[in-house]
Write a protein that binds this ligand. Structure first.
Ligand SMILES: [Zn+2]
Length: 299
């Protein structure tokens, strides 16, 4: 069984609607639900709280909080299972709040050293992302050489000039799982839509949506020929900025911060049968549900 979670950092329904013609949403996914991302103060959340809800299945936590003390994420549990190949791929920093929530527990998303040590400790098979600073690179490189893990840390940082592509990296991971006839759990963060919208940079947003489209086409191709059951979940940690299409198809990002409570969650595969029944699902319940999918489908 393969489970792929795509977290599109900051994406709202409007972001998907701007590129519906290019994105194989109807061909790839079977169900769409709405996710209530509110944090413990009922405020619009951030990447730390949103990703923690999804990773741990914890009741709403406050902004900036990474993980919950004493609670293990389903991703970390998968890393401990020798029959599951695990990977984290992000177009953001490898210690960004979204991937961090799947492997670390700390009170604030800025604790990069704690997050990086937790990443090494969790020991996933694949780590791909951008480097925050030389500390990240110098810590990860020897670890990579020792363990033979696939690790790419792009020291250019989070820019439009990244040396890797989400679709290509996902393809390498998925084919490796299939060749080894293992189970696979892959978390992908399409992490730059949030940044593009904070900067109200329409060109950057378009570039990131194109990369997301390539990723979804890759997942669709894989799903078509895969020998094993493939479950795909795509959602957001929170929504950022929104998008409006105005006269003569002029695209604008009307707001430069996090917006609204509800984001979509698209789901494909046999896991749809066990989705919570409600139309609007509290975000922490997504975490509980994914954990149950993994435990039920990987005995
Ligand atoms: Zn943001």
């Amino acid at each position: 069984m393969l489970l792929v979670l795509v977290i599109v950092d900051g994406a709202s329904l409007e972001h998907y609607s701007t590129c519906l013609d290019d994105m194989p949403i109807n061909h790839l996914f079977d169900v769409v639900k709405l996710i209530d991302t509110r944090d413990s103060k009922n405020d619009v959340g951030d990447s730390a709280s949103g990703a923690t809800h999804i990773a741990v299945g914890a009741k709403p936590v406050r902004r900036r909080q990474i993980g919950i003390t004493g609670k293990t994420s389903w991703f970390r549990e998968a890393c401990q299972n020798p029959h599951i190949q695990t990977g984290i791929i992000t177009s953001s920093y490898i210690t960004d709040a979204t991937p961090a929530a799947f492997i670390a527990q700390t009170s604030d998303r800025s604790h990069n050293r704690i997050i990086l040590n937790a990443m090494l400790n969790a020991n996933p098979d694949t780590i791909v992302g951008c480097g925050l600073h030389s500390y990240t690179i110098s810590k990860l490189r020897p670890w990579c050489e020792d363990t033979g893990r696939r690790v790419i840390i792009d020291s250019n940082g989070v820019t439009q000039h990244r040396s890797f592509d989400l679709a290509n990296e996902a393809n390498i991971f998925l084919n490796s799982v299939e060749q080894k006839q293992q189970h696979g759990v892959l978390v992908i963060e399409a992490g730059q839509i949030d940044v593009a919208c904070h900067n109200q940079d329409v060109d950057h947003l378009e570039q990131e949506m194109n990369e997301l489209c390539r990723l979804l086409h890759t997942l669709k191709l894989f799903q078509n020929h895969a020998q094993c059951p493939v479950n795909i979940v795509m959602t957001s940690d929170h929504a950022t900025g929104g998008v409006q299409v105005r006269a003569q198809n002029k695209v604008v990002i009307p707001y430069d911060d996090h917006t609204g409570h509800l984001v979509p969650m698209f789901v494909a595969g046999s896991c749809c049968a066990t989705l919570p029944r409600e139309c609007v699902i509290r975000q922490f319940r997504v975490g509980d549900w994914i954990r149950a999918v993994i435990n039920n489908q990987i005995k």
